[in-house]
Design a protein around this ligand. Structure first.
Ligand code: COA
Length: 247
Protein backbone atom coordinates (compact mmCIF):
# COMPACT_ATOMS: atom_id res chain seq x y z
CA UNK A 1 0.00 0.00 0.00
CA UNK A 2 1.25 3.51 -0.74
CA UNK A 3 0.28 7.08 0.11
CA UNK A 4 -0.39 9.61 -2.59
CA UNK A 5 -1.64 13.15 -2.22
CA UNK A 6 -3.28 15.88 -4.27
CA UNK A 7 -3.76 19.61 -3.92
CA UNK A 8 -7.44 20.52 -3.90
CA UNK A 9 -8.12 24.26 -3.43
CA UNK A 10 -4.60 24.54 -2.03
CA UNK A 11 -5.23 21.86 0.63
CA UNK A 12 -3.18 18.68 0.50
CA UNK A 13 -5.49 15.67 0.58
CA UNK A 14 -3.93 12.31 1.36
CA UNK A 15 -5.07 9.02 -0.14
CA UNK A 16 -4.11 5.47 0.79
CA UNK A 17 -3.79 3.39 -2.35
CA UNK A 18 -4.30 -0.38 -2.55
CA UNK A 19 -4.32 -0.90 -6.32
CA UNK A 20 -5.64 0.95 -9.36
CA UNK A 21 -9.19 -0.44 -9.02
CA UNK A 22 -11.69 2.41 -9.37
CA UNK A 23 -13.13 1.98 -5.87
CA UNK A 24 -13.03 5.00 -3.55
CA UNK A 25 -13.63 4.57 0.18
CA UNK A 26 -14.81 7.35 2.54
CA UNK A 27 -14.39 6.92 6.31
CA UNK A 28 -16.84 7.94 9.03
CA UNK A 29 -16.81 10.43 11.93
CA UNK A 30 -13.39 10.93 13.52
CA UNK A 31 -11.96 8.19 11.29
CA UNK A 32 -9.32 8.02 8.58
CA UNK A 33 -8.36 6.00 5.52
CA UNK A 34 -6.69 3.24 7.58
CA UNK A 35 -10.12 1.92 8.59
CA UNK A 36 -10.37 0.47 5.04
CA UNK A 37 -7.06 -1.47 5.17
CA UNK A 38 -8.76 -4.88 4.91
CA UNK A 39 -10.64 -3.76 1.81
CA UNK A 40 -7.63 -2.05 0.19
CA UNK A 41 -5.56 -5.21 0.62
CA UNK A 42 -8.25 -7.56 -0.63
CA UNK A 43 -10.10 -5.55 -3.29
CA UNK A 44 -7.78 -2.61 -4.00
CA UNK A 45 -8.82 0.95 -4.66
CA UNK A 46 -8.24 4.26 -2.88
CA UNK A 47 -9.18 5.34 0.66
CA UNK A 48 -9.38 9.08 1.20
CA UNK A 49 -8.42 10.95 4.37
CA UNK A 50 -11.13 13.62 4.43
CA UNK A 51 -9.89 17.19 5.15
CA UNK A 52 -9.11 17.60 8.89
CA UNK A 53 -8.50 13.83 9.22
CA UNK A 54 -5.52 11.47 9.05
CA UNK A 55 -2.74 12.92 6.91
CA UNK A 56 -4.88 15.44 5.03
CA UNK A 57 -4.61 19.17 5.69
CA UNK A 58 -7.25 21.18 7.44
CA UNK A 59 -9.99 22.93 5.52
CA UNK A 60 -13.13 24.76 6.50
CA UNK A 61 -15.98 22.25 6.34
CA UNK A 62 -19.49 23.57 6.94
CA UNK A 63 -21.57 20.66 5.74
CA UNK A 64 -21.47 17.17 4.30
CA UNK A 65 -21.58 18.81 0.84
CA UNK A 66 -18.14 20.33 1.48
CA UNK A 67 -16.65 16.88 2.18
CA UNK A 68 -18.41 15.62 -0.97
CA UNK A 69 -16.72 18.34 -3.01
CA UNK A 70 -13.23 17.18 -1.92
CA UNK A 71 -14.07 13.53 -2.62
CA UNK A 72 -15.44 14.38 -6.08
CA UNK A 73 -12.30 16.35 -6.94
CA UNK A 74 -10.08 13.43 -5.88
CA UNK A 75 -12.14 10.96 -7.94
CA UNK A 76 -11.89 13.28 -10.97
CA UNK A 77 -8.11 13.56 -10.61
CA UNK A 78 -7.46 9.83 -10.18
CA UNK A 79 -10.13 7.94 -12.08
CA UNK A 80 -12.74 10.20 -13.67
CA UNK A 81 -15.54 7.89 -12.58
CA UNK A 82 -15.71 5.44 -9.67
CA UNK A 83 -17.52 3.09 -7.36
CA UNK A 84 -18.02 5.27 -4.26
CA UNK A 85 -18.08 3.47 -0.90
CA UNK A 86 -18.96 5.42 2.25
CA UNK A 87 -19.34 4.40 5.88
CA UNK A 88 -21.59 6.26 8.37
CA UNK A 89 -20.79 9.99 7.91
CA UNK A 90 -18.86 8.79 4.83
CA UNK A 91 -22.12 7.27 3.59
CA UNK A 92 -23.78 10.66 3.89
CA UNK A 93 -20.85 12.09 1.93
CA UNK A 94 -21.25 9.33 -0.69
CA UNK A 95 -24.95 10.22 -1.10
CA UNK A 96 -23.99 13.86 -1.63
CA UNK A 97 -21.27 12.89 -4.12
CA UNK A 98 -24.00 11.03 -6.01
CA UNK A 99 -26.50 13.91 -5.79
CA UNK A 100 -24.09 16.79 -6.45
CA UNK A 101 -21.59 15.15 -8.84
CA UNK A 102 -23.60 12.40 -10.60
CA UNK A 103 -21.27 12.24 -13.58
CA UNK A 104 -18.44 10.71 -11.57
CA UNK A 105 -20.43 7.92 -9.84
CA UNK A 106 -20.49 4.50 -11.47
CA UNK A 107 -22.02 2.75 -8.46
CA UNK A 108 -22.70 3.45 -4.78
CA UNK A 109 -21.96 1.39 -1.69
CA UNK A 110 -23.67 2.73 1.44
CA UNK A 111 -22.19 1.10 4.54
CA UNK A 112 -23.77 1.47 8.00
CA UNK A 113 -25.36 4.77 7.12
CA UNK A 114 -28.71 6.45 6.50
CA UNK A 115 -30.68 9.19 4.81
CA UNK A 116 -30.94 10.90 8.19
CA UNK A 117 -28.25 10.55 10.87
CA UNK A 118 -29.57 12.15 14.06
CA UNK A 119 -27.19 11.82 17.00
CA UNK A 120 -28.13 11.51 20.66
CA UNK A 121 -27.82 14.98 22.28
CA UNK A 122 -26.08 13.38 25.29
CA UNK A 123 -23.28 12.18 23.00
CA UNK A 124 -22.78 15.63 21.48
CA UNK A 125 -22.86 17.29 24.90
CA UNK A 126 -20.68 14.56 26.45
CA UNK A 127 -17.91 14.97 23.88
CA UNK A 128 -17.68 18.63 24.85
CA UNK A 129 -17.49 18.24 28.61
CA UNK A 130 -16.41 14.66 29.40
CA UNK A 131 -14.58 13.38 26.32
CA UNK A 132 -12.97 10.32 27.93
CA UNK A 133 -16.17 8.85 29.34
CA UNK A 134 -18.18 9.64 26.21
CA UNK A 135 -15.53 8.19 23.88
CA UNK A 136 -15.82 4.89 25.80
CA UNK A 137 -19.60 4.91 25.38
CA UNK A 138 -19.35 5.66 21.65
CA UNK A 139 -16.76 2.89 21.13
CA UNK A 140 -18.97 0.46 23.05
CA UNK A 141 -22.02 1.09 20.91
CA UNK A 142 -20.04 1.27 17.66
CA UNK A 143 -18.65 -2.27 17.99
CA UNK A 144 -20.43 -5.56 18.41
CA UNK A 145 -17.07 -7.33 18.73
CA UNK A 146 -15.82 -5.98 22.03
CA UNK A 147 -12.12 -6.74 21.39
CA UNK A 148 -11.97 -3.50 19.36
CA UNK A 149 -13.51 -1.26 22.02
CA UNK A 150 -10.45 -0.30 24.10
CA UNK A 151 -8.33 0.72 21.10
CA UNK A 152 -11.11 2.82 19.59
CA UNK A 153 -12.17 4.43 22.87
CA UNK A 154 -8.61 5.78 23.11
CA UNK A 155 -8.64 6.89 19.47
CA UNK A 156 -11.99 8.66 19.82
CA UNK A 157 -10.77 10.45 22.95
CA UNK A 158 -7.64 11.68 21.13
CA UNK A 159 -9.88 12.83 18.29
CA UNK A 160 -12.79 14.16 20.39
CA UNK A 161 -12.78 17.58 18.72
CA UNK A 162 -13.08 16.34 15.14
CA UNK A 163 -15.39 13.51 16.23
CA UNK A 164 -17.75 16.10 17.70
CA UNK A 165 -17.55 18.29 14.58
CA UNK A 166 -18.32 15.27 12.38
CA UNK A 167 -21.20 14.09 14.58
CA UNK A 168 -22.69 17.58 14.43
CA UNK A 169 -22.58 17.34 10.63
CA UNK A 170 -24.28 13.92 10.89
CA UNK A 171 -26.94 15.36 13.16
CA UNK A 172 -27.70 18.09 10.61
CA UNK A 173 -27.71 15.65 7.69
CA UNK A 174 -31.28 14.85 6.69
CA UNK A 175 -32.43 14.06 3.15
CA UNK A 176 -35.01 11.49 4.24
CA UNK A 177 -37.97 13.53 2.99
CA UNK A 178 -36.33 14.01 -0.41
CA UNK A 179 -36.32 10.22 -0.87
CA UNK A 180 -39.93 9.98 0.32
CA UNK A 181 -41.04 12.77 -2.03
CA UNK A 182 -39.49 10.93 -4.99
CA UNK A 183 -36.79 13.56 -5.48
CA UNK A 184 -34.05 10.95 -4.98
CA UNK A 185 -33.84 7.51 -6.51
CA UNK A 186 -30.75 5.44 -7.11
CA UNK A 187 -30.15 5.49 -10.84
CA UNK A 188 -26.77 3.78 -10.58
CA UNK A 189 -26.27 0.30 -9.07
CA UNK A 190 -26.41 0.79 -5.30
CA UNK A 191 -25.94 -1.57 -2.38
CA UNK A 192 -26.56 -0.91 1.31
CA UNK A 193 -24.40 -3.03 3.62
CA UNK A 194 -25.07 -3.10 7.36
CA UNK A 195 -23.94 -5.11 10.37
CA UNK A 196 -26.82 -7.10 11.87
CA UNK A 197 -26.05 -5.65 15.34
CA UNK A 198 -25.54 -2.04 14.23
CA UNK A 199 -26.85 0.19 17.05
CA UNK A 200 -25.83 3.55 15.60
CA UNK A 201 -27.35 3.19 12.14
CA UNK A 202 -29.80 0.32 12.62
CA UNK A 203 -30.92 -2.07 9.89
CA UNK A 204 -34.07 0.03 9.41
CA UNK A 205 -31.95 2.84 7.91
CA UNK A 206 -30.56 0.49 5.23
CA UNK A 207 -33.97 -1.07 4.60
CA UNK A 208 -35.11 2.45 3.81
CA UNK A 209 -32.52 2.67 1.00
CA UNK A 210 -33.82 -0.64 -0.36
CA UNK A 211 -37.19 1.04 -1.04
CA UNK A 212 -35.47 3.42 -3.45
CA UNK A 213 -33.54 0.97 -5.58
CA UNK A 214 -30.65 -0.23 -3.40
CA UNK A 215 -29.79 -3.88 -2.84
CA UNK A 216 -29.49 -4.80 0.83
CA UNK A 217 -26.87 -7.00 2.51
CA UNK A 218 -26.84 -7.74 6.24
CA UNK A 219 -23.50 -8.92 7.65
CA UNK A 220 -23.46 -11.34 10.58
CA UNK A 221 -21.39 -10.94 13.75
CA UNK A 222 -20.85 -7.22 13.20
CA UNK A 223 -22.05 -3.89 14.52
CA UNK A 224 -21.64 -0.38 13.14
CA UNK A 225 -17.96 -0.91 12.22
CA UNK A 226 -18.93 -3.75 9.89
CA UNK A 227 -16.00 -3.55 7.44
CA UNK A 228 -13.60 -3.94 10.35
CA UNK A 229 -15.61 -6.41 12.42
CA UNK A 230 -16.36 -8.98 9.72
CA UNK A 231 -14.07 -8.15 6.78
CA UNK A 232 -14.34 -11.65 5.26
CA UNK A 233 -18.09 -11.52 4.75
CA UNK A 234 -18.09 -7.79 4.03
CA UNK A 235 -15.43 -8.10 1.32
CA UNK A 236 -17.17 -11.12 -0.23
CA UNK A 237 -20.40 -9.12 -0.61
CA UNK A 238 -18.59 -6.07 -1.96
CA UNK A 239 -16.65 -8.23 -4.42
CA UNK A 240 -19.84 -9.93 -5.64
CA UNK A 241 -21.45 -6.53 -6.21
CA UNK A 242 -18.41 -5.21 -8.10
CA UNK A 243 -18.10 -8.38 -10.21
CA UNK A 244 -21.76 -7.95 -11.27
CA UNK A 245 -20.94 -4.43 -12.48
CA UNK A 246 -18.13 -5.74 -14.65
CA UNK A 247 -20.38 -8.26 -16.42
N1 COA B 1 -33.75 5.94 7.71
C1 COA B 1 -35.00 5.53 7.93
N2 COA B 1 -35.75 5.93 8.98
C2 COA B 1 -35.17 6.79 9.85
C3 COA B 1 -33.86 7.26 9.68
C4 COA B 1 -33.14 6.80 8.57
N3 COA B 1 -31.89 7.21 8.33
N4 COA B 1 -33.56 8.10 10.70
C5 COA B 1 -34.64 8.15 11.47
N5 COA B 1 -35.61 7.36 10.97
C6 COA B 1 -36.92 7.15 11.52
C7 COA B 1 -36.85 6.62 12.94
O1 COA B 1 -36.68 5.24 12.97
C8 COA B 1 -38.17 7.07 13.48
O2 COA B 1 -39.18 6.21 12.99
P1 COA B 1 -40.41 5.81 13.89
O3 COA B 1 -41.10 7.09 14.19
O4 COA B 1 -41.20 4.86 13.05
O5 COA B 1 -39.81 5.15 15.10
C9 COA B 1 -38.34 8.43 12.82
O6 COA B 1 -37.58 8.38 11.61
C10 COA B 1 -37.83 9.58 13.65
O7 COA B 1 -36.52 9.28 14.12
P2 COA B 1 -35.29 10.31 14.43
O8 COA B 1 -35.15 11.30 13.35
O9 COA B 1 -34.10 9.51 14.75
O10 COA B 1 -35.76 11.18 15.59
P3 COA B 1 -36.03 10.75 17.05
O11 COA B 1 -36.33 12.02 17.70
O12 COA B 1 -37.01 9.64 17.08
O13 COA B 1 -34.62 10.19 17.60
C11 COA B 1 -32.35 10.10 18.29
C12 COA B 1 -33.45 10.96 17.68
C13 COA B 1 -31.08 10.94 18.38
C14 COA B 1 -32.75 9.65 19.70
C15 COA B 1 -32.14 8.84 17.41
O14 COA B 1 -31.83 9.24 16.11
C16 COA B 1 -31.07 7.93 17.96
O15 COA B 1 -31.33 7.09 18.81
N6 COA B 1 -29.81 8.10 17.54
C17 COA B 1 -28.73 7.37 18.17
C18 COA B 1 -27.84 6.79 17.25
C19 COA B 1 -26.77 7.72 16.87
O16 COA B 1 -26.34 8.58 17.59
N7 COA B 1 -26.32 7.49 15.66
C20 COA B 1 -25.25 8.25 15.10
C21 COA B 1 -25.39 8.23 13.62
S1 COA B 1 -23.83 8.67 12.91
Amino acid sequence: MERISFLIDNKRISVLKGSRERIFYIHGSGGDAEIWKNQLMDLGGYAIDLPNHGKSENAEIRSVDDYAYFVAEIVKKIAGKAIVVGHSLGGAVAQKVYLNHKEIVEALVLVGTGARLRVLPSVLEGLKIKASETSKIVANVAFHRKEFVEQFAKLFEERAKILLEDLMLCDAFDILEDYKAGKIRFEVPTIAIVGEHDLLTPLKYSEFFAKYGAELRVIKNAGHMVMLENPLEFNAELKKFIDQLKR
